[in-house]
Write a protein that binds this ligand. Sequence first.
Ligand SMILES: Cc1cc2nc3c(=O)[nH]c(=O)nc-3n(C[C@H](O)[C@H](O)[C@H](O)COP(=O)(O)O)c2cc1C
Length: 228
Amino acid sequence: MTKVLAVNSSPNMEEGTTALILNPFLEGMKDAGAEVELLYTKKLDIKPCIGDFSCWETGGKCCINDDMEQVVSKLLNADMWIFGIPVYIPFPGEFQNLLNRTMPLFDGSADVRGGRMYPRLRKEVKLKLIGLISTCGYWGLDNFDKVIDPIKDMAEICKADFPDPLLRPHASLLMSMLNEGSDVGFIVDAAREAGSQIINDGKISPKTSEIVSRPLVSFEEFASKESP
Ligand SMILES: Cc1cc2nc3c(=O)[nH]c(=O)nc-3n(C[C@H](O)[C@H](O)[C@H](O)COP(=O)(O)O)c2cc1C
């Protein structure tokens, strides 16, 4: 059975737009037979990395005593990492702390590939795929580049697959339309379908991604309301 560790890094947790897309996506993964554990960065005590590299001298033991020890052990044992990240130029601070504190998952040696040096993952790490679910406030998909690039790079460092991410722009408009009972539940249904697709096919179909990202109003209408 595929073991999935998911992280919701929105400070708004269950009330946020990240959960609106991430939760059905994880349900879809479970529908397809995956075992899913979901963590919220806001509930965890994860201090910033102090950069002394002691974890590379102690076989992966960080010198900071906080919740990251448990998170590292969960990351080590998961086949897939799913990161739910709202665009916060680029990350919410707690998520940046978590990402930096993955250093104990690397063994301290360099892996040279294609003229570039990468840190090498410890052999025990089972990771095969990193998935990204992201929401933003403004209208367009261009807002996501700053979040996609570092996560895609992390996947390259880890030699993990990085399927096309699931992106929901002007996500708070989706939330208010859902709350008003507008007929936009098909977007949530597509997020669920995307989760099943990742488990069954290792990727999300372009059609399903397009439904999740579909504009709810024109750029002109959205921009005129946001900048009167
Ligand atoms: C510090 C900060 C920076 C943000 N930067 C952007 C941005 O560059 N582009 C954008 O479209 N939305 C931006 N947003 C809006 C959030 O991405 C948006 O509100 C999102 O829906 C929040 O997700 P959540 O409800 O799960 O927390 C920013 C929000 C915050 C608080």
